[in-house]
Design a protein around this ligand. Structure first.
Ligand SMILES: Cc1cc2nc3c(=O)[nH]c(=O)nc-3n(C[C@H](O)[C@H](O)[C@H](O)COP(=O)(O)OP(=O)(O)OC[C@H]3O[C@@H](n4cnc5c(N)ncnc54)[C@H](O)[C@@H]3O)c2cc1C
Length: 439
């Protein structure tokens, strides 16, 4: 592994870790650890293992596995004991103390992020001003692209993202339709986009936006979960969407215990299992195909007699011997025990007959709901809640722009998200110029 490759993986590991994506952070840290072992540095490898186990302990904590917290957490603290080694690129002394506090449940027990990974000599906190030219909400492809253009346009922008930068790219294994990249991993594209935005000076902040409100002075107040309010005369909303729930008994109960909305995130937990994928669109079929890497068998359950997914994805699924499509079935209930989801109660949408299907996990891909509820006040939207914009990406609230998956349009892809964002960022520049001229 070259130093540049190692650096890239470390940046990704840090971002994932600090976003609470411990499973993926664990994998990224492990990649670095393996390369260190192959270099023969056993002492350094020992400390790296401590960081990996720290991620595992926090994952157990998040899932409520107290036994796992104790076993892996103690091992992590043990390996991280001692002074900082100059060649370990994360601050291990501060991390050990923060991890200890998090595992002991001190402070807000949900705030695992207090055990943040910080780079040696480079604190991750930064000074945020509360007034900007434009605030970008979300750092998926649209947000990152907007941030890059805003930076290039010499505007003072702030991008607020609740997790790791990349949005849905982080839930996508392989991307084969982003022009210029015949095939690229989702996380890799996310990283490239984030680096590109940073290169042009994008200022980003990890926090969750709770409300966007246009104040009487014409500026927007953007309020976050950590209690801050940031102000700007323009906002670009690129918050994407969240998966639609089935709304059946057992779904909430077994969420994270056999019920998932993200194959890339959770597929590896289901090695050798029989799984069900609910849905019939692109996401369902693509993710079913992905899950066959781990699962012994994957059923696609669809309530109609034909799939909505694109032809090429359907062909791939039908050719996969591990996939079986079960037509005309609706999920009535997800059943299970303390161990997690164990089966589905189904209804035939044609005959009304009931049946059961034993599965070790169920992945639900029945659509997305736009994260448009953040806006206080009425901005025109379509019947599904996606924002309607003009050809400059401006919503019916002057100064509020929307780009990417949150916007009403024919299709939702990475290319369309970055296209929208390009237009929005350039339109913001013109909007601000016009605003200043009328002042
Ligand atoms: C499984 C799957 C596979 C896909 N495969 C492909 C593919 O192969 N090719 C392709 O072109 N497209 C693909 N897509 C679609 C593509 O990923 C999306 O169209 C694209 O990511 C949209 O970008 P976006 O920036 O608008 O939204 P998102 O990617 O959803 O990003 C939105 C960001 O906003 C953040 N956010 C949301 N709410 C808040 C808040 N309140 N405060 C702060 N931050 C917030 C989120 O954390 C997220 O990072 C796929 C989608 C899925 C789900």
């Amino acid at each position: 592994m070259t130093p540049a490759e190692r650096r890239a993986i470390l940046t990704r590991a840090r971002d994932l870790f600090n976003a609470g994506e411990y499973w993926h952070a664990h994998e990224a840290l492990e990649t670095v650890w393996r390369s260190i072992i192959s270099d023969g540095d056993k002492d350094a490898a020992h400390v790296w293992q401590g960081l990996i186990q720290g991620a595992a302990a926090l994952l157990h904590l998040k899932r409520g596995n107290q036994h796992g917290v104790l076993v892996v957490g103690d091992a992590a603290l043990d390996k991280l004991a001692g002074p900082q080694r100059s060649d370990i690129e994360f601050e291990t002394v501060n991390f050990r103390q923060a991890l200890e506090r998090a595992l002991a449940g001190e402070g807000n027990p949900r705030d695992w992020s207090s055990a943040a990974l910080t780079e040696n000599g480079r604190r991750m906190t930064h000074n945020v001003n509360d007034r900007y030219d434009v605030i970008i909400v979300g750092a998926g492809p649209a947000g990152l692209c907007a941030a890059m253009y805003v930076g290039r346009g010499m505007l003072k922008g702030l991008t607020i993202e609740r997790g790791a930068p990349g949005g849905e790219l982080l839930n996508t294994d392989l991307i084969e339709d982003y022009i210029g990249f015949e095939s690229i991993k989702g996380w890799e594209l996310a990283q490239k986009m984030a680096e590109h935005a940073r290169k042009f000076g994008a200022e980003t902040l990890t926090d969750t936006v709770e409300k966007i409100r246009k104040a009487e002075d014409g500026w927007f107040d953007v309020a976050t979960a950590r209690g801050h309010t940031y102000r700007a005369p323009a906002v670009i909303l690129t918050a994407g969407g969240t998966p639609v729930k089935l709304g059946v008994p057992g779904e909430k109960e077994f969420a994270g215990k056999g019920v998932s909305y993200c194959a890339v995130c959770d597929g590896a937990f289901f090695k050798g299992e029989i799984l069900a994928v609910v849905g019939g669109g692109d996401a369902a079929v693509e993710e079913a195909d992905y899950l066959t890497r781990y699962a012994a068998k994957v059923y696609i359950l669809h309530r109609r007699d034909r799939l909505r997914a694109s032809k090429i994805l359907q062909q791939r699924a039908f050719a996969n011997p591990k996939i079986e499509v079960i037509w005309n079935k609706r999920v009535l209930e997800i059943k299970g025990s303390a161990k997690g989801a164990e089966g589905l109660q189904l209804e035939d949408t044609v005959t009304g007959e009931h049946s059961s299907l034993p599965v070790g996990g169920v992945f639900i891909f029945i659509g997305f709901q736009p994260n448009s509820g953040l806006v206080d006040g009425h901005a025109k939207h379509d019947a599904s809640g996606y924002f309607v914009t003009d050809d400059r990406m401006m919503t019916t609230i002057p100064g509020l722009f929307a780009a990417g998956d949150v916007r009403s349009q024919l299709t939702r892809q990475i290319t369309t998200a970055v296209g929208d964002a390009t237009t929005a960022a350039i339109a913001v520049e013109k909007y601000l110029t016009a605003l200043r001229q009328t002042d």
